[in-house]
Ligand binder design. Structure first.
Ligand SMILES: *[C@@H]1O[C@H](CO)[C@@H](O)[C@H](O)[C@H]1NC(C)=O
Ligand SMILES: *[C@@H]1O[C@H](CO)[C@@H](O)[C@H](O)[C@H]1NC(C)=O
Ligand SMILES: *[C@@H]1O[C@H](CO)[C@@H](O)[C@H](O)[C@H]1NC(C)=O
Ligand SMILES: *[C@@H]1O[C@H](CO)[C@@H](O)[C@H](O)[C@H]1NC(C)=O
Length: 290
């Protein structure tokens, strides 16, 4: 969701459409915005992942950029989740998946998730893989809902959440499979802080401009040392992706996902907004009450 501030800024800056699902705006040469623009849900599908990985190439190839803020212009959603109903290409969900995230994490550039909507599943995992996360108190929702349909987070959540939130809270997040508001997510360390929505755009913009003003030398050295505190390995996350793919084809999961799809999963905004509660209708063996 574009904020009034950003629209004002955008009139004086260069906006480039990369593929079609992510709009890159160079607010200044050192401060970029990458806006997920793949309605109605910003699903992580072939198109969005392809554009995301190309964007990483562009960031890596630009000597001036120091900060990239990721946001969304899709109402209600930051990134809803992975496309679970249509197979995502193995070129994108093989070792290349975490390879690209790792490449981004290792660049001397600060990445910021500016979350003013729903970020569940892969959307929560993408946010957690960036360097810094800010959430709107009123609008941000984070959730790992995968255990609720019979699988588990397969795109790094199981590796990243214990690092960010600790073991107990990671288990609560993953096994409860419920939604978290920004205040609770911030208290748990899942996001950096929760900000009232009417102050959100200003706060994020000031932070980004402040960092973008510093010399690259300091940013790069600091990041190289903080880097050593660890990031999940490509091998580990690839094995989680394979395990996730196996999980969605076993037990009741295929039938449940089919029933989900019929009820509105990946098609109905009301269903998607209330997904963590809707899941409760599909507990146990089929047939499910509708
Ligand atoms: C990023 O993804 C692309 C597309 O799948 C792939 O060709 C490339 O090797 C990946 N990069 C890394 C560093 O894994
Ligand atoms: C972070 O660490 C990786 C792996 O050691 C390294 O390749 C990368 O250059 C580092 N990033 C920075 C900004 O120094
Ligand atoms: C969308 O989902 C909601 C909640 O499950 C449901 O009440 C509504 O009828 C659905 N709308 C359509 C068009 O299917
Ligand atoms: C969300 O879903 C639950 C379970 O299906 C239902 O009881 C509840 O009324 C729904 N809430 C909204 C706001 O649609």
């Amino acid at each position: 969701m574009h904020t009034p501030t950003l629209i004002l800024l955008a009139t004086s800056t260069v906006a480039a459409v990369l593929g079609s699902t992510i709009i890159t705006t160079k607010v200044t040469p050192s401060y970029w915005r990458a806006t997920f623009s793949h309605p109605p849900f910003n699903l992580m599908d072939n198109a969005l992942l392809t554009d995301f990985f190309s964007l990483i190439d562009n960031i890596a190839g630009d000597p001036d950029v120091k900060v990239v803020v990721f946001d969304s212009n899709v109402e209600h959603f930051f990134i809803a989740h992975f496309d679970v109903l249509n197979p995502v290409s193995p070129d994108l969900l093989g070792p290349a998946y975490w390879g690209n995230f790792t490449r981004l994490a290792n660049l001397p550039v600060l990445t910021v998730a500016a979350i003013q909507g729903i970020a569940r599943g892969g959307g929560a995992e993408l946010s957690a893989a960036l360097d810094v996360r800010f959430g709107s108190k009123e609008k941000a929702i984070l959730g790992q809902f995968e255990v609720g349909f019979g699988a588990f987070p397969g795109g790094s959540g199981l590796r990243m959440l214990p690092r960010l939130a600790g073991r107990g809270r990671a288990l609560e997040i993953v096994l409860g499979a419920d939604d978290f508001d920004a205040d609770t997510a911030a208290q748990y360390g899942w996001i950096n802080r929760a900000i009232p929505d009417n102050e959100f755009a200003d706060f994020v913009d000031k932070f980004a401009r402040r960092v973008a003003g510093w010399d690259r030398y300091g940013i790069s050295y600091a990041k190289s040392i903080i880097n050593k505190s660890g990031y999940p390995t490509v091998e580990d996350v690839y094995s989680d992706l394979l395990a996730f793919q196996a999980a969605v084809s076993q037990g009741a999961v295929p039938a449940r996902l089919k029933a989900f799809a019929e009820a509105g999963f990946q098609s109905n905004v009301t269903f998607e907004k209330n997904l963590s509660s809707e899941e409760l209708r599909f507990v146990g063996p089929e047939p499910w009450d509708s």
